[in-house]
Ligand binder design. Sequence first.
Ligand code: FBP
Length: 552
Amino acid sequence: MKLSSLQLARYQYQPKLPGMLRNGISEICVKVGEPTQSVADQEKIQALFPNTYGKNEITFQKGANTSEAKKQVVGVILSGGQAPGGHNVICGLYDALKATNKENILYGFKGGPSGLLEDSYVIFDDAYINSYRNTGGFDIIGSGRTKLETEEQFAVVAEVCKKHGITAIVIIGGDDSNTNAAVLAEYFAAHNTGVQVIGCPKTIDGDLKNEDIECSFGFDTATKTYAEIVGNIERDANSAKKYWHFVKVMGRSASHVALETALQTQPNICLIGEEVAAKKMSLAQITDYIADSVAARAAKGWNFGVAIIPEGIVEFVPEFSVLIAEINELLAGNKADAFNALPTWEDKYAFIKAGLTEASMAVFEILPQAIQQQLFLERDPHGNVQVSLIESEKLFSAMVKENLAARKKAGTYNGKFSPLHHFLGYEGRCAFPSNFDADYCYSLGYNAFMLIQYGFNGYLSKVSNLSKPAEEWVAGGMPITKMMNIERRHGHDKPVIRKALVELDGKPFKFFESKREEWAVETCYVYPGAIQYFGPAEVCDLTTRTLALEKA
Ligand code: FBP
């Protein structure tokens, strides 16, 4: 394989560990903190996790290592969507494991959780690990979205662990994967398998966090990559002065990615799904809000602009989520076959009209036809509309266009509106990790091994104080059950990690709110440029605006 100069240079980069982990393995000891409670539904969660609930937070500190000297055989999986830095979690884990005892072994199970079920693995050695240091991607062992959640699956995993003498499993994943890590940890404890489970907080979406887990890894690099591109688009818009760019950004339901990208680039518009839901904004209100900015800028002679749309936005528009629920019902079971058999769009339209309530039909009617058809084309394996595939950037630009046409008729707008559309997602998920993510991930992996070595089970690897230089970061562990509550999933009450959505009274949103009126009308663009890997710390090592504002 031909290697780029950057890749070769990044191999040499030595990630920074928190100060307390820098003195060598023999100088790391545990400070036990407070017992924990789940974020809600304490009694129910405690009853479901009798062996792993309520454990203490822990912090590592400098001091004689008192952990048991036993040979460790660890298995690791990557779970879910790619996030920059995943390779470094494995590198940190490997380095700590080998530094503790050369006889220790690290298995990498391939293709995500299914690798564990199918016993498909590699055994890492120095050469293998060295060729992935500080690189993006999950190709070191691959990832997957199989869910590890049933007792039958856990029994298979227990057998695989027994076969290889595995003492601990590290699950690198998002909220769902770490929920399942907690359930697996409880299963292992209840069955006295002696196998520990440690999670690592991964996802570019930034929605796996609480007061302990300050951010999930990958968010920093992905948002910097999107911000670079949005900044470039802004500069193009400001040069050509003829297009309005509608940029949808990934992030699933939560709008953290959109908000962070906006904080870095100061676009004219950024929608926040959580706000749309809280204010119960209708499609028409959102459209009006964007069209106001277009019209105000046009009045200044600026027929250009940039709007950021979070991937999950439509789920948050109350009338739209009702519409989606009705469509799911309309096509449930074999009703979809009857619908698909209808020969023309007119026939299908009549079927839809007969099946939807008047209110949902009114919403459906205002959608552009391409979006109407999309709602009936893209379905998930359960037959539900795949909301993330709806081209909301096109939806809003089409609705704004109509709105502006009406304003033109009324004589209140006299500009030109030429929209262009972009979707930023995959561009950022496998970028070379920023220095922050390279350091953070390596530390998470290194720290995960220390949690294993000290016998913890059902913990998330935790590295905090992240807005400070790495020297001041704090390494430790948090019981996963601390993040859990009970939610209704597929008709059942389930213990799950509570997703962290954008908090409307949080500092990042408040800051954005205080600026956005100006950004909507003026041209306040900021061009962050590409991620820098080598150079002064203030250019290369700073993390997100979100974290800086949260910790300010
Ligand atoms: P995770 O939650 O697994 O980290 O994945 C995040 C994400 O990148 C979302 O932002 C996006 O909606 C989704 O994955 C896309 O999934 P896929 O990779 O299956 O297309």
